[in-house]
Write a protein that binds this ligand. Structure first.
Ligand SMILES: O=C(O)C1=C[C@@H](OP(=O)(O)O)[C@@H](O)[C@H](O)C1
Ligand SMILES: C=C(OP(=O)(O)O)C(=O)O
Length: 427
């Protein structure tokens, strides 16, 4: 049984909802990674105490609109989720906040959240749409109806969080379902949104100024982190691993559906509910894999898993065609370009054609190349995993960013038999 840490998306939200509720929220299984700790520090600086108590994290909520002026800039490090969701919260409080991030985060588009938040009343100095920026929240936000121009749970969540700070009903319309942890957590904290499906679109409406009540919650295992272990088991002959308590939310498990279609031996057991989310235990055993077509509609349910899926595809027989990957270009790096480059430098036949990624496998993977990770944790973990099954070692140029989402990655992999050398830069 392998213990994989808690889900990053749910961890950010558990801290944020804890800060917006009344009372003390106690969180078990919080992902203690750099991204999540930066969110905890930001909330603390905004006047909602966050403390570690044994193996729990306690957040003392300030109620909707109850946050206070921070004394210094808030640093979101590498985290798009932290920065974008917090913008939704900052928007609804009468505070002025300087937001900064690392070079990767500072190059990512913030206009996608700033545009709807500006309609609601948030002001940003000099019309900036990248970090660093200075945001002026307001105690008088106005509700809006917003049609998402991109399939993004971060944009959806920022607008819904801001909507909680208005005196009316805010609706987000999405045409492709994205991860729904914000909606579920709203329900768990006592303010379930109204969700209706009409003409192939989903309408999510929150009522402003709800009373959120502090809750105890336990964070399920992150399917995006577990994907590296599952992939390793799928490509390394003789593997057989079981991961306990995996988050099975249908908006998150496209990677596992895809691996199964490729022929991977994956079974789920002991399905149960944990704090409003479905979880199960997952067993993965090595089996021969074949290339498949992965439809674009599936992309939101596995958006962070494409680098590792592309690595798995390199070990599958034939072509794997992955469509609809436009959003990969605006992650911690341009993951479409970086994945192709990492595969090619290790002797794999891979090309990007517009928003489509095509990887042809068949004869194993040569390896021997050095992969540029561009401050991107998923690039580092995907290619370290590739090195476990390639003929020659794979080198990655930097492993420090792994700590943003999965600090236990290298020790866990070592525990399963992986050998990394050179301070872990080679697999
Ligand atoms: O809402 C979230 O927690 C996340 C949403 C996704 O981003 P987008 O909403 O930008 O697609 C995902 O890539 C990110 O790792 C986490
Ligand atoms: C895209 C990711 O995270 P974020 O947007 O929060 O930086 C990720 O973890 O792969």
């Amino acid at each position: 049984m392998v213990k994989v840490p808690g889900d990053k998306s749910i961890s950010h939200r558990a801290l944020m909802f804890g800060a917006l509720a009344r009372g003390v929220t106690r969180i078990r299984g919080l992902l203690e990674s750099e991204d999540v700790i930066n969110t905890a520090k930001a909330l603390q600086a905004l006047g909602a105490p966050v403390e570690q108590v044994g193996d729990e994290w306690h957040v003392t909520g300030r109620g909707i609109g109850g946050l206070s002026q921070p004394e210094s800039p808030l640093d979101f490090g590498n985290s798009g989720t932290g920065a974008r969701l917090m913008l939704g919260i900052i928007a609804g409080n009468a505070v002025t906040v300087q937001m900064v991030g690392d070079p990767s985060l500072s190059s990512r588009p913030m206009g996608r959240v700033l545009k709807p938040l500006a309609q609601m009343g948030l002001e940003v100095d000099d019309g900036r749409d990248r970090l660093p920026l200075t945001a002026h929240g307001s105690a008088e936000l106005v509700p809006i109806e917003y049609v998402l121009p991109v399939p993004s749970a971060q944009v959806k969540s920022a607008v819904l969080l801001a909507g909680l700070h208005t005196a009316g009903a805010t609706t987000v319309v999405e045409s492709e379902p994205t991860r729904d942890h914000t909606e579920r957590m709203l329900g768990y904290f006592g303010a379930a949104p109204e969700i209706t499906d009409k003409d192939g679109k989903r309408y999510i409406t929150v009522q402003g100024e709800p009373d959120l009540t502090a809750r105890d919650l336990s964070v399920p295992v992150d399917p995006s982190s577990a994907a590296f272990l599952a992939a390793a088991a799928a490509i390394v002959p003789g593997s057989d691993i079981t991961i306990e308590g995996l988050l099975m939310n249908p908006t998150r498990i496209g990677f596992y559906e895809t691996l199964r279609e490729m022929g991977a031996d994956i079974t789920f057991s002991n399905h149960r509910d944990e704090c409003g989310e479905d979880v199960a235990d997952m067993r993965v055993r090595h089996a021969p894999l074949m290339g498949i077509n992965v439809p674009g509609e599936r992309a939101p349910s596995m958006i962070d898993e494409y680098p590792i899926l592309a690595v798995v595809a390199a070990f599958a027989d034939g072509r794997t065609v992955m469509e609809g990957l436009g959003e990969l270009k605006v992650k911690e790096s341009d993951r479409l370009a970086a994945t192709v480059a990492g595969l090619v430098v290790n002797g794999v036949d891979a090309v990007a054609d517009g928003d489509t990624l095509i990887v042809t496998g068949g004869d194993g993977v040569k390896g021997g190349g050095t992969v540029k990770t561009h401050l991107d944790h998923r690039m580092a973990m995907a290619f370290l995993t590739m090195g476990l099954a390639s003929r020659e070692p794979v080198t990655v140029d930097d492993t420090t960013m792994v700590a943003t989402s999965f600090p236990a990655f290298m020790p866990l992999m070592r525990g399963l038999g992986a050998r990394f050398s050179g301070e872990g830069a080679e697999a």
